[in-house]
Write a protein of this length. Structure first.
Length: 180
């Protein structure tokens, strides 16, 4: 019986076309793709996320890469460009939602996040971006698993995990600053 979810043992392009192994391609082109994404986005954190998503997508479609049709770096940059365009569109939608919410929201009289939270934790949560608060709410408060939260947010599981990690790090730093 074969496991349908198992990654094939062959993580290489067919030898007949002379493509390098995927790990070799990552080692050779990761920095270039990352620099390209930093240039496109102007945001190192977003570029890291997009580079991860680029190589995740490249891995899933590695079997389609044919070095006879074009250079590997060009193929990877085409994927990176597509990921960046999607990111720009998502950021524009997120900003419009946040602006709309900010215009409609009035000053809350009650605690914003939940009853019983310390004022320090309230302030720390308020210091997070809406996207970070959203991922914390889905993963921590609602206890959704990573892939489910990623689907809700419309991002990859890798981006969801990275966003959660950064949000928790910021919470920890903010809470640590309040204790001093």
């Amino acid at each position: 019986m074969t496991d349908v979810n198992a990654v094939p043992a062959l993580v290489e392009a067919p030898a007949a076309v002379g493509a390098p192994a995927f790990a070799d391609a990552v080692a050779e082109h990761l920095d270039a793709v990352y620099r390209y994404l930093v240039y496109l986005t102007g945001d190192r954190a977003a570029a890291e996320d997009l580079a991860a998503e680029t190589f995740e997508k490249a891995f899933r479609s590695w079997w389609r890469f044919d070095p006879r049709r074009g250079a590997l770096r060009a193929w990877l940059c085409r994927i990176a460009h597509s990921q960046a365009v999607d990111w720009f569109r998502a950021e524009a939608r997120r900003r419009r939602r946040e602006d709309s919410y900010a215009r409609d929201a009035s000053e809350p009289v009650e605690p914003v996040f939940a009853e019983g939270l310390s004022p320090g934790l309230e302030r720390a949560l308020a210091s997070l971006s809406p996207a970070e608060r959203e991922v914390v709410a889905l993963r921590v408060l609602l206890e959704l698993d990573g892939p489910t939260a990623a689907r809700v947010l419309g991002i990859s599981a890798t981006a969801c995990s990275t966003r959660l990690s950064r949000a928790l790090k910021r919470l920890e730093e903010t809470m640590g600053d309040g204790r001093d």
